[in-house]
Structures are given as structure tokens and as C-alpha cells.
Design a protein. Structure first.
Length: 509
């Protein structure tokens, strides 16, 4: 008879209260399966399978894989953060945690996105129902029409204003602590509708961590949806049927209609509870736990990214990434101190076709005409070989691909401000570079400028532009006003006129 190993659950970030629903789901669901389950805040158990929540927070003493792995050998990272371009938590440290161990993710769309980001051992484990989520809390009157439940952001204010403009009584549970907080529990009980909105504009997954307890407590739930949310819920139809979804601009009217339609709202309350309560926590967690045990018992254990793994590089390349490293890009930097995905100098000849090893993408290689987009912010004023750098960018891009450049202008405060600065640009430099393409040995393709713009960050520059009625032409010619130039160049094939400019061999008579 196999003895089930103990399971330990730990949460970082704001403490266990902010993870109440998730810890309750895990504890009761896994205990029902016959495992001995313990939990402690920000503390691992070396003798158990550790399920770790919130390890992305930089404030955590165990925010790196090195520190986590020193505390325990059996670790499952359970991610609840939504993958979105604005999400800063998906940095090198968090991605490194994920590629070294087994990962659960509450959102199906996250699984696909993080696999593209280099995380191979990742599995969808959605939030499910346990009876502990339901709390008896009766009130004499539901005096709150709409309760915005979840972490609030400035992007939510326009919707709140529109709801109040319709005469609805709106309250906000800005930092919900789950139903361990009696105040928050009372707010939910007093509310007719629970509204949940995404933290970021680009987020698309339904935030099951925030709507689980309202559904478990017979509440009508309205959720902000993006055009992609329907895709997220293709394999999550029960949750989608339990709530009312609407795009951001539709939410005020949807809430108003539901507040004034008691019969429909009560049907949603019953239907939402029935559908969510059928999603059994033990049934969800059983295959997840068994999959981890099966992988960990192989020789050698197949946990995390295998040594010979290979992940296709993203089709967006960021040069000189440094601290701007982003999970959705292929990040290239000559300085290995920043842990780039590819420690390669863009100003040196590129190793096309040669085997490369990336800490994130595994066994890979660079191919010509691979990338759709290259981002180069504060790069070209510092590269050692400017001509080689431009040629490399042209070679790396697909035809029609774009190079996004940001450089300080020669008379700006930022010009020559970095120890590695080697050159400066004025507002016409790139026109000359693009038009004199043959001098850069561009023999089959060239760049063309499709967008150009300027940026002003300093107070002096803003004041001068304001005093001159926003005259950018005068501003660009005035020292210290305009900080930088931003351009988008596109790769295209040479035409007959272009080929006439190519350098021809000359011989003496």
C-alpha cells in the first residue's frame, strides 16, 4: 500500500489572508484525497511536497530559486498572476523559479503564454469549490448595488464614475482579505452584484480567485471581459455560464439592468452557486498531484525544464535589454550580468546557424529573417560597431519586419550621459542613414522610415514647448528641450532604383 506523502502549503506576499480562498481550496481538496496537509506563512517544509503561492513578490525572503531550493526539494509553484504585458512580476527571478520546477496555473491562457516564454512543465489547475468558502451571513437589507471586488487600479475609476452617474450605490473592497475578514464578508452579504475587473488593460482571464467566494455565497457576479476572454473559457464553460461578462464600456449598463431585474439576478445567484459548487476541488486536484508524483519518481526526475529542452524563440527581439528584460521577448544583451536570454553583442558578427544555449529557451540558434520586430532603446548611441549593428538588425528581421528605435538627441540632457555613449544623433541623422543605405552594404534589402516622433521628459523642455504653443520644430532646434527621437524603420527589398545606388567596382584604365 502506497503511503501518501505530506503536503505543505505556503503563501508569500500579503500573508495568508490575501490567499484565503486559494489556501482553503488547496487544503480541503488535497486533504479529501487522503494527504496530510499543513500550511504556514512564508515557510517551506523540507519533508513535504510544498505548494508555493505568491513567490513572485520581491519582498519575499524566498523570491529566488536559489533560496527556495535551499529550503526544500519538492516544490510546486502555483501561479495566480495574470500574464499581461503590464505585469511586472514575470521577471527573470520568477521565470527562473518556474523553469526549475513543476508549475500549476489557475488560468488556461497563462499556460499557453508561459510555455511560449520558456516554461515547459506547466499545467492548468483551476480554482474549484470547497464548502469552507461558504459563510452564513444574513443581512436585513442589500443596500449596496454594486461591490467592486478585487485589487483596484486607476483604470477602474471611469467605470465606477459611470456606475455612480446612473444612481447606483457602489462600494469598493480595495484589498480583499477573503472571508476571514468579517468586514469584507459583510460587504459581500450586503451587495446585490459583485463586479470584478481586470488589473491590466491587456489581461483576459477570468479572475477565479476573486469570484470564487461570491459564487460560493450565492452572489450574482459581473466580470469584465476582453475579446479574448471567450477563448480563455473554451475549456472553462461551467465558470463562463455562472457569470455575466461584458466589455469595459458595457459594464455600467449591465450592472444597472441587473440591479433592476430581481428575477434575473436571483436566477444568476442560484445558477452561479450550483455550477461552481459542482466543480469539485478534490476532483480537480487529484490528477494534478498524481502527475507531479509520477514525474518526480522517474529516473532522473522529469521536473521543470529538461536539460535538452528547446523552445522556439519569440518573434520580438529586444536589444540591450538590461533591466528592461521582458518575458514575452527574446532579450539580447552583450552584458551577461543582466541574465539576458542570449548574451550576444549586436555589434559583432552574429553566430547564425550555430548551436546556442539559453537559460530560458534551452538549445536554440539564431536564424536570418526570423524576427517580426526588434526593439532598440538606448542601444545605437552605445554600440561599438554601428554599421555592423544595423546590418545585423536588417539580417535578423523578416521582410516587412520593423525596427523600433529610441535615441537621445545630441543637444538633449540625456546625450553623452552614459559612460558607454559613443555617438549622438540629431533630428535628421536617421534620414541620412536610411537614404545612404548602400554605404552600410545593404545589397538586397534596406530600411525605410515609417514613423518618427519625439519625446520630452524634462520640466524645462515642457515649459519651452508650452510657451511656444507646442511648436515641435522650434523645440527640436533649441538645446535641452527635446530629449529623444523615436523611430520605426521597416525592412523592404531593394527596387530597381535602389539597386542603381549600389557601389560598383572601379578599375583604373
Amino acid at each position: 500500500m502506497m503511503i501518501a506523502p505530506p503536503v505543505h502549503i505556503t503563501a508569500f506576499a500579503n500573508g495568508d489572508d490575501s490567499f484565503f480562498e486559494r489556501i482553503s481550496f488547496l487544503t480541503h481538496g488535497i486533504r479529501t484525497l487522503g494527504y496530510d496537509v499543513t500550511s504556514a506563512h512564508a515557510q517551506l517544509n523540507p519533508n513535504a511536497i510544498n505548494i508555493v503561492l505568491g513567490s513572485h513578490t520581491p519582498a519575499s525572503p524566498l523570491s529566488s530559486w536559489t533560496r527556495l531550493s535551499q529550503q526544500a526539494s519538492d516544490i510546486i509553484i502555483y501561479n495566480w498572476e495574470q500574464v499581461a504585458n503590464e505585469a511586472t512580476c514575470f521577471n527573470q527571478r520568477y521565470i527562473r523559479q518556474m523553469i526549475h520546477t513543476h508549475v500549476w496555473d489557475a488560468h488556461l491562457s497563462n499556460v499557453h503564454a508561459l510555455m511560449h516564454a520558456g516554461v515547459r512543465d506547466i499545467h492548468h489547475v483551476p480554482m474549484s469549490y470547497v464548502t469552507d468558502m461558504h459563510r452564513e451571513s444574513s443581512v436585513a437589507e442589500q443596500d449596496i448595488d454594486v461591490l467592486l471586488y478585487g485589487i483596484t487600479r486607476p483604470r477602474h475609476q471611469a467605470t465606477l464614475d459611470a456606475l455612480r452617474a446612473k444612481g447606483l450605490n457602489v462600494q469598493v473592497a480595495a484589498q480583499p482579505k477573503g472571508l476571514t475578514d468579517e468586514g469584507c464578508s459583510a460587504l459581500i452579504a450586503r451587495s446585490k452584484i459583485i463586479l470584478n475587473m481586470h488589473r491590466f488593460d491587456a489581461a483576459k482571464a477570468i479572475e477565479t480567485a476573486y469570484i470564487a467566494c461570491p459564487l460560493a455565497n450565492h452572489k450574482a457576479v459581473v466580470v469584465e471581459a476582453s475579446p479574448e476572454t471567450e477563448t480563455e473559457t473554451d475549456n472553462d464553460d461551467d465558470m463562463h455560464s455562472a457569470i455575466l461578462c461584458g466589455h469595459t464600456e458595457q459594464l455600467p449598463q449591465l450592472c444597472w439592468d441587473l440591479v433592476h431585474d430581481d428575477a434575473r439576478r436571483h436566477d444568476m445567484e442560484r445558477n452561479g452557486f450550483e455550477l461552481f459548487s459542482q466543480r469539485n476541488a478534490a476532483r480537480t486536484l487529484k490528477p494534478a498531484i498524481e502527475r507531479y508524483l509520477a514525474q518526480s519518481k522517474l529516473t532522473p526526475p522529469e521536473i521543470g525544464n529538461l536539460i535538452d529542452h528547446s523552445v522556439a524563440l519569440p518573434t520580438t527581439l529586444q536589444l540591450g535589454a538590461g533591466e528592461a528584460w521582458h518575458y514575452s521577448y527574446c532579450n539580447m544583451d552583450a552584458c551577461a550580468d543582466f541574465a539576458p536570454d542570449l548574451p550576444i553583442d549586436i555589434s559583432a558578427p552574429l553566430p547564425f546557424g550555430q548551436p546556442l544555449s539559453s537559460w530560458r529557451f534551452g538549445q536554440t540558434m539564431l536564424e536570418p529573417a526570423y524576427f517580426d520586430k526588434i526593439i532598440a532603446k538606448d542601444v545605437f548611441q552605445r554600440v561599438k560597431n554601428f554599421k555592423q549593428s544595423l546590418k545585423n538588425c536588417l539580417d535578423l528581421l523578416k521582410e516587412g519586419g520593423t525596427l523600433h528605435i529610441s535615441v537621445p538627441l545630441d543637444l538633449s540632457y540625456d546625450a553623452w550621459s552614459h559612460i558607454d555613449d559613443r555617438r549622438a544623433f540629431n533630428d535628421t541623422t536617421w534620414e541620412h542613414i536610411v537614404n545612404d543605405f548602400w554605404l552600410y552594404e545593404f545589397n538586397s534589402h534596406r530600411f525605410e522610415i515609417i514613423e518618427t516622433g519625439y519625446g520630452v521628459n524634462n520640466a524645462y523642455g515642457v515649459a519651452v514647448l508650452t510657451d511656444n504653443g507646442g511648436d515641435w520644430v522650434a523645440g527640436r532646434r533649441t538645446p535641452r528641450v527635446v530629449d529623444r527621437q523615436n523611430l520605426v524603420l521597416r525592412k523592404r527589398a531593394l527596387n530597381d532604383e535602389d539597386r542603381g545606388f549600389l557601389l560598383q567596382p572601379r578599375f583604373m584604365d
